[in-house]
Design a protein around this ligand. Structure first.
Ligand SMILES: Cc1cc2nc3c(=O)[nH]c(=O)nc-3n(C[C@H](O)[C@H](O)[C@H](O)COP(=O)(O)OP(=O)(O)OC[C@H]3O[C@@H](n4cnc5c(N)ncnc54)[C@H](O)[C@@H]3O)c2cc1C
Length: 370
């Protein structure tokens, strides 16, 4: 399949996803409470079979879902993505027992998943994480804090990364599957600019056993990076979907808004701005598809391409959404306007799953590696 164009079946599927998002998901998203998990919306994503496609599906399929949903309903897009992010460590590294317990529930939208890596003292430098896993009988007790965790504290289970070997950096981290009802686990919401639910988690001697380990002891950083290599291009796809929504809005508005005896689009400064927005959006889309295709082919340069796709697409979306706000004037800033919503949504992806600067660091490291 050439990555520079989708085949007719993929194009039709994207149109179908956009229609489902408008008819079935948007009304549920509108009933949700900002900052809280919208369980009816997640259940609908399950009923429509979209969550079931998260595991085993390729990166390109994930990207097409994220881009298409984001164009119409960012809440549905993010709810889908977070189920994938939180449960991918289980799907990729879990035991048959862990997979059987949780993946059908995640796929049906009945169990909410979350990915708990970041800490107050370890964000971009995730290998500096300090959450302690102290040996206790055959298992461990987890003590420490996680913060900026999407879906926390309302998730039903967490993929948690904790230090089993002190002082060993990335080599001493283990991934654990922690159900939310474990004793000693508490949390609270964080009020963020980003509209989806985010919170912090406090672990006070939370017991975990060998059956809760995801993958191997001291190999948990690889579990995290495997998940991020898949999800980074798809964050780019989310950004491309938002950029396309902003571009479509700008096209419609500038074609009909009367000013200076014509439509706004008759001003060359305006039409050239729209042309620039469209060109950059298309370039970002192609880089995302190429990175996803490279992932699906098992290409050697996935980390570099995933980083490039996430970097370009999230920065482009910020530019396009900002330009669309400018072209709309005051109405874009009114609470509840599509662009007011996108303006809030578009900011965080430049920071999470590796900030823009961290993507540049990854790209440079790969370029200079021989
Ligand atoms: C909306 C949202 C949702 C999130 N969801 C989750 C989640 O579900 N799970 C989870 O584990 N985490 C989550 N996070 C946390 C996110 O992964 C971290 O915010 C991110 O890793 C950056 O860490 P930090 O915020 O501590 O910034 P810091 O690491 O303190 O970095 C601050 C800034 O310093 C600069 N910088 C950092 N490193 C470098 C470098 N190497 N070179 C140059 N400049 C650099 C960048 O500009 C960066 O933005 C979420 C964050 C947000 C905003």
């Amino acid at each position: 399949m050439p990555v520079f164009s989708l085949d007719p079946a993929q194009t039709a599927w994207c149109a179908e996803l956009r229609a489902l998002a408008a008819e079935r998901l948007r009304p549920l998203a509108e009933k949700g409470e900002p900052g809280h998990v919208n369980r009816p919306l997640v259940a609908a994503l399950g009923e429509l079979g979209l969550l079931g496609r998260l595991f085993g599906a390729g990166a390109l399929e994930l990207c097409l879902m994220r881009e298409s949903l984001a164009q119409v309903c960012t809440e549905a897009e993010t709810a889908l993505a977070l189920q994938g992010l939180g449960a991918h460590p289980v799907a990729a590294s879990g035991t048959p027992g862990q997979r059987a317990r949780w993946l059908p529930e995640v796929g049906a939208g009945r169990a909410i998943a979350a990915f708990a890596l970041s800490e107050p003292g370890a964000g971009s430098d995730a290998a500096a994480l300090a959450m302690e896993a102290v040996p206790d009988g055959p298992g461990w007790r987890l003590t420490g804090e996680k913060c900026w965790i999407s879906n926390a504290p309302e998730a039903d289970f967490y993929s948690v990364f904790a230090r089993t070997t002190p002082g060993a950096g990335a080599q001493g981290v283990t991934a654990f599957l922690v159900p939310a009802d474990r004793p000693g686990l508490s949390g609270g919401p964080l009020d963020m600019l980003s509209p989806h639910p985010i919170g912090s988690l406090l672990f006070d001697g939370v017991p975990v056993g060998p059956d809760d380990v995801l993958g191997e002891v001291d190999r948990g950083f690889r579990v995290a990076m495997t998940t991020l290599n898949l999800f980074r291009p798809s964050v780019g796809a989310f950004a491309v979907g938002m950029a396309q929504a902003a571009l479509d809005a700008a096209l419609a508005h500038t074609a009909e808004r009367a000013a200076f005896g014509g439509a706004l689009k008759d001003l060359q400064a305006v039409s050239h701005q729209v042309a620039e927005m469209a060109t950059r959006t298309e370039a970002a889309r192609l880089l995302v598809y190429a990175a996803a295709a490279a992932y699906d082919e098992g290409a050697a340069d996935v980390p570099k391409r995933a980083a490039m796709a996430k970097l370009l697409a999230t920065e482009t979306a910020q530019y396009v959404v900002d330009a669309a706000v400018q072209l709309h004037g005051a109405r874009a800033l009114r609470r509840g306007h599509l662009l007011e919503h996108l303006y809030r949504e578009v900011r965080a992806p430049r920071i999470y799953e590796g900030a823009t600067e961290v993507q540049r660091t990854i790209i440079a490291k790969e370029l200079y590696a021989t």
